[in-house]
Write a protein that binds this ligand. Sequence first.
Ligand SMILES: [Zn+2]
Length: 80
Amino acid sequence: MRLICNLFGHNFEVSRNVTYHVKEYKCSHCNKELTTNGNGNLIALTPKYREINSILSRIHTKRQSKLNREELHRTYKMTS
Ligand SMILES: [Zn+2]
């Protein structure tokens, strides 16, 4: 399978959305993984970055649910 990548290049697909700006990518042929770093560059997804991403993802999800709660609260206030 790696031969295909050597000949035609990797075929990266988004494997995980970490935040709006940070995503993880996986090559559908050889399973090579990349991620976006803080500067928006693509780099190899090392265990260290995987850990950073899972922390980022947690913070992002928490922030999202907090925003949703506030939105709900505002909507509730407007209708009551
Ligand atoms: Zn590949």
